[in-house]
Design a protein around this ligand. Structure first.
Ligand SMILES: Nc1nc2c(ncn2[C@@H]2O[C@H](COP(=O)(O)OP(=O)(O)OP(=O)(O)O)[C@@H](O)[C@H]2O)c(=O)[nH]1
Ligand SMILES: [Zn+2]
Length: 343
C-alpha cells in the first residue's frame, strides 16, 4: 500500500494526531494485538497501557484509527460511527465491534423465508450506529420476480436504498460497488446463510471470506484463519467483515424510531404522550391502522424492537450496577487496609 487515503484516511484527521505519531487503521484485533494498515503496509502493534479502558468502549476495534509510535498504538482517534454490542457474562457494559463505518449493508436473501421484519430489525441496528444503511438483497438469480420483491422491502425500509444482487451471476454488483468509492467503509449485517461471504468475495474479486460451501467442504469453522477483517476493494472502498458484526444485536433504542419513522411520526399525534397505541382514546397510530394507512405488522415489528431494546437497556443497567458495586468493594477494601485511616 502506498497511500493512506486507500484505507480511508482523510486529511481532517491530521489535527487529531498527537505530535510525533503516524496513523494506522485497525484491520484486526486478536488477543490484544492489533494488525494495522499504514502508509508502509501492514504491521502488528501493541496497544499502549494508556489505551486500556475498563468500560471496554475506548478499546481499538476494527476500522478504528490509532496513532502509532514505534511498536505501540498510543492513542485512539475520534470515531465517526461505532457499532456497539453488550458482552454476555462480563461486567463491562459494551464492546465496540467496528468503527468509522460509512455504510452498513443490511444483507438478506431473495430466497427463503419472508424478509420484511428481519430487514427492519437490522435497519434499526444500523441506524443506531451513525452509519447509513443500504439494503442488499442477494440471490437474485433464485427469484422469479426481483422487482416485486425489491418493492415489497422498499416499502418498509423508509428512506433506505434497496438493491438486488447475485453473487452467482454478478447481477447488480456494480450498483453496490458504486456506493463504495475510494475510502468509503462498509460492513455487512444479516442472518447466517443469506450470502454475506459470497458478496464479500464478489466485491473483493478474490476469496476474503470462506462461504458456507467452502467451510462445509473442508470441515473448518469460519474463525480458523487469522486474516484481516478489513478488506481493501478493487474500486478503492473498504469492507469490514468481523464475526462480531455479523452476530450483532440491538444495543439500545436509538435506531428503532428511525427505522420506524412512520410509526414514530404518527405517535406524535396521539392524545397521550405515553400512549402505548393499544386501547387508548385518541390514538393516532390505531386510527392509521383502522383506515389502512399503517400496516398492523409494522406496529407489531416496532413494538417487538422497542421491547428488545428495553430489555437490552435493563440488562446493561444491571451490569453497570454490578460493576459499580464491585468497584466500591475494591475501594472499600483498599481503604480499610490503609494503616493510618481515620477511625
Ligand atoms: N444461487 C445463489 N446462491 C448464493 C448466492 N450467494 C450465496 N449463495 C449461496 O448461499 C449459501 C450461503 O452463502 P454464504 O455467503 O456462505 O452466506 P453467509 O451469509 O456468509 O453465511 P454465514 O457465513 O453463516 O453468515 C452458500 O451455499 C452460497 O453458495 C447467490 O447470489 N446466488
Ligand atoms: Zn397511540
Amino acid at each position: 500500500m502506498t497511500h493512506l487515503s486507500d484505507v480511508g484516511w482523510s486529511r481532517d484527521r491530521l489535527e487529531q494526531l498527537p505530535e510525533g505519531t503516524s496513523p494506522g487503521r485497525v484491520a484486526r484485533v486478536d488477543r490484544g494485538r492489533l494488525t494495522v494498515l499504514t502508509a508502509d503496509g501492514e504491521r502488528r502493534v501493541h496497544p499502549a497501557a494508556g489505551l486500556y479502558d475498563p468500560d471496554g468502549v475506548a478499546v481499538p476495534a476494527v476500522g478504528d484509527w490509532v496513532a502509532l509510535r514505534g511498536e505501540l498504538a498510543v492513542a485512539l482517534l475520534p470515531r465517526t460511527s461505532a457499532f456497539t454490542r453488550t458482552v454476555a457474562g462480563r461486567t463491562s457494559a459494551a464492546q465496540v465491534v467496528a468503527a468509522n463505518l460509512d455504510l452498513v449493508l443490511v444483507v438478506d436473501a431473495l430466497a427463503g423465508p419472508t424478509r420484511a421484519r428481519r430487514v427492519e430489525r437490522y435497519l434499526a441496528v444500523a441506524w443506531g450506529s451513525g452509519a447509513t444503511p443500504v439494503v442488499v438483497l442477494t440471490k437474485a438469480d433464485l427469484c422469479d420476480d426481483v422487482d416485486a420483491a425489491v418493492a415489497e422491502v422498499a416499502e418498509d425500509a423508509l428512506g433506505v436504498e434497496v438493491l438486488a444482487v447475485s453473487a452467482r451471476t454478478g447481477e447488480g454488483l456494480d450498483a453496490v460497488r458504486a456506493l463504495l468509492g475510494p475510502g468509503r467503509t462498509a460492513a455487512m449485517v444479516g442472518p447466517s446463510g443469506v450470502g454475506k461471504s459470497s458478496l464479500a468475495n464478489a466485491l473483493a474479486g478474490r476469496e476474503v471470506a470462506p462461504t458456507q460451501d467452502v467451510r462445509e467442504a473442508d470441515g473448518r469453522g469460519r474463525h480458523t484463519t487469522t486474516s484481516r477483517e478489513l478488506h481493501v476493494l478493487p474500486g478503492g472502498g473498504l469492507l469490514v467483515d468481523t464475526p462480531g458484526m455479523r452476530e450483532l444485536g440491538l444495543y439500545d433504542d436509538e435506531g428503532v424510531d428511525t427505522a420506524y419513522a412512520d410509526v414514530a411520526e404518527l405517535a406524535t399525534g396521539c392524545r397521550f404522550r405515553d400512549c402505548a397505541h393499544r386501547t387508548e382514546p385518541g390514538c393516532a397510530v390505531a386510527a392509521a391502522i383502522d383506515d389502512g394507512r399503517l400496516d398492523p405488522a409494522r406496529l407489531l415489528g416496532w413494538r417487538k424492537l422497542q421491547a428488545e431494546a428495553h430489555r437490552q437497556l435493563l440488562r446493561s443497567d444491571a451490569r453497570a450496577r454490578a460493576a459499580e458495586h464491585q468497584r466500591a468493594k475494591v475501594l472499600f477494601r483498599a481503604y480499610r487496609s490503609q494503616p493510618n485511616r481515620v477511625r
